[in-house]
Unconditional design. Structure first.
Length: 287
């Protein structure tokens, strides 16, 4: 009963905190005298936030489908609230990028991000879509929001992202609260399939990170900071979910160490040679 109350609470909090995207974007534009980002910085923001734009659309579609598929009415309420939030995030981000003077068509989306979002959206079980969106994509999005907002590259964007963050935190909570209910009803074979699917999803995220390294550096953001912050948020979300189940998440630390190794071997952001990256990866395994 307590968990249902928490899930219903997410819906009611969402209702209380609804904001008008069109109105708030205009307020931000008036407050800061418009968007004053141009040249390579505008290109870098576009590269990063096209992923957010299309991630919001994927989250909108997934949360709407969950509201239809989930059997628990409290969870349906939370999913419905999220679908409303994601719709707002999508049109606000689209409007912002167009004001930045950039194309927002899917053809201009990072190919690695496109493949990853399709991997999540086309998952064959509700547990995968819930875990993938709420505990993989949302923590990564929260990381990007926080880092870009704190850099204050564009005050208009920073103000928008502060609103996005509040909404997205509720979405992560939805996953941590309800996924345990689904897992308890799954067979060992189904759970094993989920863990393998999740691991493969983590590996796909790295290609996105690598492809954005130049954009991060253009904005004065350390790519390693983005990776490590996203890693912490994802692990925290998984541990919160496990706590709801009264268990330890299977092989969470091991998976994260493998992730660290994968990142070290693939990153070129610090201009280190392969041998140096291999040595650093080995240190991660042994630490």
């Amino acid at each position: 009963m307590e968990k249902k109350s928490k899930l219903e609470g997410l819906y009611h909090k969402g209702q209380d905190k609804i904001w008008d995207g069109k109105e708030y974007l205009q307020e931000c534009l008036d407050k800061h005298g418009g968007i004053n980002v141009k040249g390579h910085d505008a290109d870098a923001l576009h590269n990063i936030f096209m992923i957010i734009l299309w991630g919001e659309l994927a989250a909108w579609k997934i949360s709407a489908s969950l509201a239809n598929e989930l059997e628990d009415n409290s969870a349906r309420m939370a999913a419905t609230s999220q679908a409303h939030d994601e719709a707002r995030h999508f049109y606000v981000m689209k409007d912002y990028l167009e004001l930045l003077g950039k194309d927002t068509s899917r053809e201009d989306l990072n190919v690695n991000a496109d493949k990853f979002l399709s991997y999540i959206s086309s998952a064959n079980h509700v547990s995968k879509r819930l875990l993938g969106m709420q505990l993989m994509v949302e923590p990564l999005a929260l990381t990007l929001f926080k880092i870009v907002r704190e850099k204050n590259i564009d005050p208009v964007l920073s103000d928008l992202l502060s609103r996005f963050e509040v909404d997205e935190a509720r979405h992560v909570a939805f996953g941590t609260l309800h996924l345990p209910n689904i897992l308890k009803k799954m067979t060992i074979a189904q759970r094993t399939d989920l863990w393998v699917w999740q691991f493969l999803g983590y590996m796909k995220q790295f290609k996105i990170m690598y492809s954005l390294e130049d954009s991060f550096k253009q904005l004065g953001i350390n790519p390693r900071e983005v990776y490590e912050s996203a890693r912490r948020k994802q692990l925290h979300a998984l541990n919160m979910m496990a706590e709801e189940m009264g268990i330890q998440y299977p092989l969470a630390e091991t998976v994260m160490k493998i992730s660290d190794v994968r990142y070290e071997l693939g990153t070129t952001s610090e201009n280190a040679g392969y041998v140096q990256r291999l040595m650093k990866a080995t240190e991660k395994v042994l630490s």
